[in-house]
Design a protein around this ligand. Structure first.
Ligand code: CAA
Length: 286
C-alpha cells in the first residue's frame, strides 16, 4: 500500500512531468537563466528572476523574456500573458553596470534597446503585475504591456536623469500618453517616484491590490481574457493600440473596418447566436 508521503511524491512528480510537457508544447525552454515561465490555466506567467540585481534588465534577461513571450504567443492554449517580478522589484531598470562603459558607436550600431520593442509585437494581451520598484526600463517595460496592475508596494519612476541620461525604451513617449505632459515632465526631469495610488490616480495603472493578491488578480484577469474569442481579443488589442499611432478620424475608421472584418469569423456568428439563444458561447477561435 502506498503511504501518504509516497502518494504526495507521486502527485508532485506527475505535476512536474505535466508542467514539463506543457513547457515543451508551448515552445518554452525547459529552464531559463533570468526568468521563470509557466502556464496557469490559459494564462502564461513570466516571472523576472534576477533577485540580486532587483531584476535589472540585462541583455540575457531580455532575451529570455522575449523568448518566453513569443512561445506563449504561439501556444494555442494560452490566451493572455502576465509579466511580473518580485515583491521588492518588478525591475529596477536597464542594467546600469552592463551599460556604464559602453561607447556611442557600439550602442548606435547595435541599436541598443531596439530588441525591447519585440514585447510590443506580442499579439496576445500582456498584463504587467507590478510590485516594488518599476524604475527606468522597468517602468518602460510595464508601459509596453497592455494593462498594468499594481500592488500597494509598487513605485514607478524614470530616474535616468540622475544617471546623466534620459529614458531610452519609450519612457518619454508612453508616459506622456498615460499621465499627460506635466506629470510626465515632472517624473522625467526630477527622477521622482510615484507610489501605486498616485499611479492609479494618474491613469498609469488600472487598479491597486494588496501585495499578496497581485498575481492572483493578474492571472484571474488573464484567464478571463483568455476565455473569449482569440481573434476578437487580438483585434481588440490591435485596435486600441492603434490609437497611439492614428488621429481620431483614422482611428475610428480603422476600428470600423476591423469591426466589419469580424463578420467573416465563426466566433461572431457563434457569439451573437449564443446571446440570442440565451446560452453560453462556445468559441472556435476562428
Ligand atoms: N542596474 C544594475 N544593477 C542594479 C540596478 C540597475 N538598474 N538596480 C539595482 N541594481 C543592483 C545594485 O547595484 C545592487 O547590487 P550589489 O548588491 O551588487 O551592489 C542590488 O541591485 C541591490 O540594489 P541596492 O543595494 O541599490 O538596493 P536598495 O534597496 O538600496 O535600492 C533602488 C533600490 C532604489 C531601486 C536602487 O537600486 C536604484 O536606484 N537602482 C537604479 C535605478 C535606476 O536608476 N534605474 C534606471 C536604469 S537606466 C535605464 O533603465 C535606461 C532606460 O531607459 C532603459
Amino acid at each position: 500500500m502506498l503511504t501518504r508521503s509516497c502518494l504526495a511524491l507521486k502527485g508532485a512528480s506527475a505535476r512536474l512531468s505535466q508542467s514539463a510537457v506543457r513547457s515543451m508544447s508551448s515552445g518554452l525552454k525547459p529552464e531559463y537563466e533570468f526568468i521563470k515561465a509557466e502556464v496557469n490555466g490559459n494564462a502564461g506567467l513570466i516571472t523576472l528572476n534576477r533577485p540580486k540585481a532587483l531584476n535589472a534588465l540585462c541583455d540575457g534577461l531580455l532575451k529570455d523574456l522575449i523568448h518566453a513571450a513569443r512561445a506563449f504567443d504561439n501556444d494555442d492554449n494560452v490566451g493572455a500573458i502576465v509579466i511580473t517580478g518580485s515583491e521588492k522589484a518588478f525591475a529596477a531598470g536597464a542594467d546600469i553596470k552592463e551599460m556604464a562603459t559602453r561607447e556611442y558607436i557600439e550602442v548606435y550600431t547595435k541599436n541598443l534597446f531596439e530588441s525591447w520593442t519585440e514585447v510590443t509585437k506580442i499579439t496576445k494581451p500582456t498584463i504587467a503585475a507590478v510590485s516594488g520598484f518599476a524604475l527606468g526600463g522597468g517602468c518602460e517595460l510595464a508601459m509596453m504591456c497592455d494593462i498594468m496592475i499594481a500592488s500597494e508596494s509598487a513605485k514607478f519612476g524614470q530616474p535616468e536623469i540622475t544617471l546623466g541620461v534620459i529614458p531610452g525604451c519609450g519612457g518619454t513617449q508612453r508616459l506622456i500618453r498615460a499621465v499627460g505632459k506635466s506629470k510626465a515632465m515632472e517624473m522625467v526631469l526630477t527622477g521622482n517616484m510615484i507610489d501605486a495610488h498616485q499611479a492609479e490616480r494618474d491613469g498609469l495603472v488600472c487598479k491597486v491590490v494588496p501585495n499578496d493578491k497581485l498575481i492572483e488578480t493578474a492571472l484571474k484577469m488573464a484567464n478571463k481574457i483568455a476565455s473569449f474569442s482569440r481573434p476578437a481579443v487580438a483585434m481588440a488589442k490591435e485596435t486600441v493600440n492603434s490609437a497611439y499611432e492614428l488621429n481620431l478620424a483614422e482611428g475610428v475608421r480603422f476600428e470600423r473596418r476591423i469591426f466589419h472584418s469580424m463578420f467573416s469569423t465563426e466566433d461572431q456568428k457563434e457569439g451573437m447566436a449564443a446571446f440570442v439563444g440565451k446560452r453560453p458561447a462556445k468559441w472556435a477561435h476562428k
